[in-house]
Design a protein around this ligand. Sequence first.
Ligand code: SF4
Length: 144
Amino acid sequence: MYLGDYIVIERQIAPLRFECCSVSTGTPFTAEVDEDKRHLFSDRTWIDRHPPACRFLRPDGGLFHCTIHRDSPAQCKFYRCVVMRVLGSTGEQAGTITGTLALHSEDPVLRAAYKEAMRDIKDTDPDAEERLQEFLISRGFEIQ
Ligand code: SF4
């Protein structure tokens, strides 16, 4: 079955487990939906309205989450699957955070704050996105 431009789900092997392929490199991987994101994954309202989006992406309030954060492929670090937009104090976009918590920014203040935050946060932590968001907000950034 074809599911989005970037990640293809080849086969569902259990209710929340899938054999997938990263299209850009042809790399196969197995993904299980993260335990803490199963309620998001089961809500198909948004994803059914956005066929081009990766099938594992889900909105939650103002944020988007990768629901296979633990198992998502390394290539996702370079993919423009934006889960957070980070705004500076004047409302300008300072950078973006993509699926596996990679920062894309030229802003030295944001880069320093991100580096500090990621000393304590592993990108495999189930609450990594929330912790990074809280840290950046505490440093005066706004998250969209
Ligand atoms: S980061 Fe997650 S949601 Fe984004 S493309 Fe990769 S697997 Fe899909």
